[in-house]
Design a protein around this ligand. Structure first.
Ligand SMILES: [Zn+2]
Length: 455
């Protein structure tokens, strides 16, 4: 059943690929109007918020996306229960669900797909997708990868990332139809020898996951510690550097394709093999780039409107990402605009020394996806080679939240066999300041960096 729904979504997504720019624009406008009407009729927050900004239900046919007020993750989370369009969805219920059912891919109220992240902002956000919306997100990720749906034999996909929670990429991965794909999840938080054994035995057709995870596999292959022969490679989650790309190509003889996604949009853009930029999938997501003055710009912050999520509508939602748009059209023929470059996703790896002297890391995305109920905002600081402190803003019972944080961190550390050599402390604070040099929030502050940036 799910495979059928996916095929339908894939068909809907493919149709737009042969349109021209104006046709995509028209499609976007129609989809925006439909979404706006649904949202104002069903979301208490938006109805109130737009009225406060002088926009009433009768204006929705005339309104341009630029006229709508901007929201962000804080506004969304402060108004969460009024924000969503199904009154059965509650923030407290979602938090309990994430906490109690850590199986990625399991559904809230047997219906809704849930992803959560603090992203690089340190503030936890919850995102819910209805069943059809979720199929659409998968169809868009298939567009980004260019992966062909297999016929005959199931494709074997190995996925290396944070795999034990409701994060965007892993939740998508677990929801791939089993009829078409055979899946091997590899936790980036598990010991390396375990990763090596599993992938060698599995022999994937496709490798995907964090760029740093694929880089790790490439290193292992080049050193002769694993022997696999994938024919496709896709990256997401963290930056695919030039060095990573070359290494993956050298190790496996395939050029990795990079994707750009988020919990807010799932797949937002995919790398083009011809221009090497990212095509922004603006048929299902309206995107404006604005400067510090919030006026349209070629380079700056991204304001998105997810055009397919009717359950938790994100309309004129400001992301932390910054992108530069290209003026040039791409020769590949896709009508979607091209992103020249993007920034704002780089967080540092934390390296620790194991008892035998060998070093192992904690991936920054594992830290970005840290979740326990009552934790609102946090930052990780490494204060000595084997000492880690979490600064945490919490609500509710402080002791209970702190105990949950400690429990969760112990899981992460023991996954890497670092529990006995790394000391972990929690510091409860009222607010966490930004990096005084860049003015940006730093989620991870590695050893020796804190003082340098005034934190
Ligand atoms: Zn292209």
């Amino acid at each position: 059943m799910r495979s059928l729904e996916l095929l339908r979504a894939v068909y809907a997504v493919r149709k737009a690929e042969s349109l021209n720019n104006e046709q995509v624009q028209q499609l976007q406008d129609q989809r925006l109007k439909k979404l706006l009407k649904h949202t104002v009729a069903n979301s208490r927050f938006y109805r109130r918020f737009y009225r406060e900004h002088g926009i009433n239900e009768g204006d929705l046919d005339e309104v341009r996306v630029e006229d709508l007020p901007i929201i962000d993750k804080n506004i969304m989370m402060e108004n969460y229960d009024d924000f969503v369009t199904d009154p059965a969805i509650k923030q407290a219920g979602l938090e309990a669900f994430i906490n109690e059912s850590p199986t990625p891919g399991s559904k809230y109220k047997k219906k809704y797909s849930v992803v959560h992240t603090s992203g690089s902002s340190g503030t936890i956000g919850l995102f819910v997708y209805g069943p059809r919306e979720w199929e659409m997100s998968k169809a868009l990720s298939l567009r980004a990868t260019g992966i062909k749906l297999p016929f005959g034999r199931r494709k074997k996909i190995a996925f290396i990332a944070a795999t034990d929670g409701h994060f965007a990429s892993v939740t998508s991965f677990y929801n791939l139809p089993r009829l078409l794909f055979k899946l091997l999840p590899l936790s980036i938080s598990s010991p390396l020898d375990e990763i090596r054994d599993k992938i060698d035995q599995f022999q994937p057709d496709v490798i995907t996951g964090y760029a740093s995870g694929l880089n790790l596999l490439a290193k292992e292959q080049l050193a002769g510690r694993i022997q696999i022969d994938p024919s496709e490679a896709f990256c997401t989650g963290d930056p695919l550097t030039v060095v990573f790309r070359q290494r993956i190509k050298k190790a496996f003889g395939v050029d990795p394709i990079n994707m750009y996604g988020s919990s807010e949009t799932m797949t937002l853009a995919g790398e083009c093999g011809q221009c090497r930029g990212f095509h922004l999938f603006n048929d299902w997501c309206s995107v404006q780039v604005v400067g510090d003055d919030l006026l349209p710009a070629k380079a700056g912050r991204v304001i998105i409107t997810n055009l397919y999520n009717y359950t938790q509508p994100l309309i004129r939602y400001q992301m932390n990402d910054e992108i530069v748009l290209s003026d040039k059209a791409c020769p590949c023929g896709w009508p979607f605009p091209v992103i020249e470059s993007m920034a704002g996703r780089q967080e540092d790896f934390l390296w620790f020394e194991q008892e035998g002297g060998e070093k192992d890391f904690i991936h920054p995305i594992v830290l970005a996806e840290f979740f326990v109920p009552g934790l609102e905002k946090f930052q990780f600081r490494q204060t000595s080679p084997n000492h880690l402190v979490m600064r945490a803003v919490v609500n509710g019972d402080e002791r209970e939240v702190e105990a949950a944080i400690r429990g969760k961190m112990e899981e992460i550390l023991s996954g890497k066999s670092l529990q006995s050599c790394v000391r972990f402390d929690v510091e409860l604070v009222d607010e966490i300041g930004n990096d005084v040099k860049t003015g940006k929030f730093r989620l991870v502050v590695p050893l020796g960096v804190g003082e340098a940036v005034g934190l």
